[in-house]
Ligand binder design. Structure first.
Ligand code: ARG
Length: 246
């Protein structure tokens, strides 16, 4: 470790150096976003991102620590070094990309609609929800909220801290629909088939990426090539099958 402060500052600018010196990779996420990160019956955080994070730590030869963080504060938490990398199914948007760097996309998703069962035969496509008669539940600060405001501007939009609370609003009959990322809606609809109908046609196309602090090309390079490696060697496909195709 260099003693001079200028060298020290340069050394510390590389998150990778600090991870290796610490012997620990700290991954920020927000449990609740199925099937990327969620809690099992024992309360452990599991999911697609978590499995990949575990493999990353293994490849670095360090231990993994998951830092569960509320969605609305998750970028500030990254910027203030509460963790090293954000692996939370975050959509790469130009606005977020002003604040953080993103890895290459690791999956593409789209917004879909979870509809109250009572509308099953009257609403068949998302655009019909653009009507002042309807209330749409979304999660605060997500691309689902942005999509609902953009494509259903005439509807009443109600935003919630958690996706579970927003989806619950539809099951309780207080909202007509929930707009969110397709993978979450697939899992949720399967859990409550009597209450909900899933309009499976995505109406946006979004790339999800892992986020790191700006000005750290070494770490970004490591993450992008780790992603390429697991895509090349079959590990990514096996995990994709495990979490998205059961
Ligand atoms: N992809 C959406 C977005 O970026 C939702 C991600 C929510 N992730 C979570 N861990 N709750 O806004």
């Amino acid at each position: 470790l260099p003693a001079w402060s200028a060298d020290q500052a340069l050394w510390e600018k590389s998150t990778l150096n600090r991870i290796l010196a610490r012997g620990e990779l700290r991954v920020g996420l927000e449990a609740g976003y199925m099937p990327f990160e969620m809690r099992d019956k024992k309360g452990n955080i599991i999911g697609f991102d978590v499995d990949i994070a575990r493999l990353m730590a293994k490849a670095m030869g360090v231990k993994l620590t998951l830092v569960n963080t509320q969605w609305d504060g998750i970028i500030p938490a990254l910027l203030t070094d509460k963790f090293d990398v954000l692996m939370g199914g975050m959509t790469i948007t130009p606005e977020r990309n002003l604040q953080v760097n993103f890895t290459d996309p690791y999956i593409y998703i789209g917004q879909t609609v979870l509809l109250a069962r009572k509308h099953e035969h009257t609403i068949t496509v998302y655009s019909q929800l653009d009507d002042p008669r309807y209330t749409i539940a979304t999660k605060l600060g997500t691309t689902g909220e942005i999509a609902a405001r953009r494509y259903m501007p005439k509807a009443r939009i109600k935003s919630f801290e958690s996706e579970a609370d927003a989806a619950m609003e539809v099951r309780n009959g207080r909202a007509d629909a929930f707009v969110y990322d397709m993978p979450y809606n697939v899992v949720y609809a399967a859990q409550f088939p009597d209450a909900l109908v899933h309009l499976k046609e995505p109406f946006t196309r979004e790339a999800l990426g892992w986020a790191v602090r700006k000005g750290d090309p070494d770490f970004l390079n490591w993450l992008n090539h780790f992603l390429r490696q697991i895509k090349d060697d079959g590990v990514y496909d096996a995990l994709y099958k495990k979490w998205f195709e059961n």
